[in-house]
Design a protein around this ligand. Structure first.
Ligand SMILES: [Zn+2]
Length: 307
């Protein structure tokens, strides 16, 4: 979380790891306590804030104002709006977290001069966001942009969402990490290479190290995942014909140009002529600031629309 001024300068940053084995209410309580702590540390009173923007995992149902489904936390129908509205005396708005990251890129990052942007964020899952004609496109009930759940392989690996073969089940950090781990377990049980991989708490970094080591099975798994990302990107380009495709999240930060080069190659081979030639494909430099800046952009946008 962070406190942001109207020009997109982040005045304070505050990081909190999602506690494991807790109910959604306990997690919200912890977020709320940290928020109060952040204000205290920054010497800012709550009513000095113009508003609060909150990024939610999974699908935020904008009609019912609940998180309808967050597969990686196994949350269903979480009444997040009523929880936070009671606690804060300032206006508050919600949006899916990677929709916010895309909005952050569009407002304060690489997409400032682009009308149509697709954001693809690779972490535990794969999230996305769509900016069409300068507006965040959220769909009928708020569920648009679930790029990680586009089906890439008809009967592919099981996904947390209940479907099979989703992009997320093939190319997310957790999917790649698990596949390399299984391969190392078969080949190198009891050896240093397996333990080093397993013990690195930063999964993106562990995957990048495996890639750089040149270990053939790991390199093949990673290349296959990046190829699937390329295939997903091809469908997105054919559908939206965007100006900019921006990658972010831990894995994109670790691999940078390697991912971009691989995706571009697949796009050039497989996208429909007339859709892809002018698309800029890049990684965002905003890093972990993207969702914070997106939350600030959401507040700004809502306040301006209210005027
Ligand atoms: Zn899925």
């Amino acid at each position: 979380m962070g406190i942001v001024d109207p020009d997109g300068q982040i005045l304070t940053r505050y990081m909190l790891l999602t506690p494991g084995n807790k109910t959604w209410m306990e997690i919200m309580d912890q977020i709320h306590a940290s928020f109060i702590d952040m204000l205290k540390q920054s010497d800012i009173a709550i009513n000095e804030l113009k508003g609060i923007g909150i990024g939610c995992p999974g699908t935020f149902d904008s009609k019912r104002e609940t998180i309808s489904f967050a597969p990686n936390l196994n949350w269903k129908n979480i009444p997040i709006k009523s929880y936070f509205t009671q606690k804060f005396p300032v206006p508050i708005w919600f949006e899916n977290d990677t929709n916010l990251s895309t909005l952050g890129v569009a407002t304060f990052g690489e997409g400032r001069n682009s009308d149509s942007i697709i954001g693809i964020f690779i972490g535990t899952g794969i999230g996305g966001g769509l900016i069409i004609d300068k507006k965040l496109y959220t769909g009928n009930t708020g569920g648009a942009g679930e790029i990680g759940h586009m089906v890439i392989i008809e009967n592919g690996p099981q996904c947390q969402c209940g479907n099979r073969g989703c992009l997320e089940a093939i190319a997310s950090t957790s999917a790649i990490h698990q596949k390399i781990y299984r391969s190392y377990l078969r080949q190198y049980e009891g050896s240093g290479i397996l333990n080093k991989f397993k013990e690195n708490p930063n999964k993106s970094d562990a995957i990048k190290t495996a890639f750089s080591s040149g270990e053939p099975a790991a390199v093949a798994i990673i290349n296959e995942a990046f190829y699937s990302l390329g295939i997903g990107t091809v469908s997105l380009i054919n559908l939206v014909n965007p100006e900019l495709i921006v990658f972010g999240g831990g894995l994109a930060e670790s691999f940078g140009d390697i991912i971009i080069k691989s995706v571009k190659q697949t796009v050039e081979q497989r996208a429909m002529p007339g859709t892809y030639e002018n698309v800029r494909i890049t990684c965002t430099a905003l890093g972990e600031d993207a969702p914070i800046l997106g939350a600030a952009a959401l507040v700004k946008m809502k306040l301006e629309n209210d005027d």
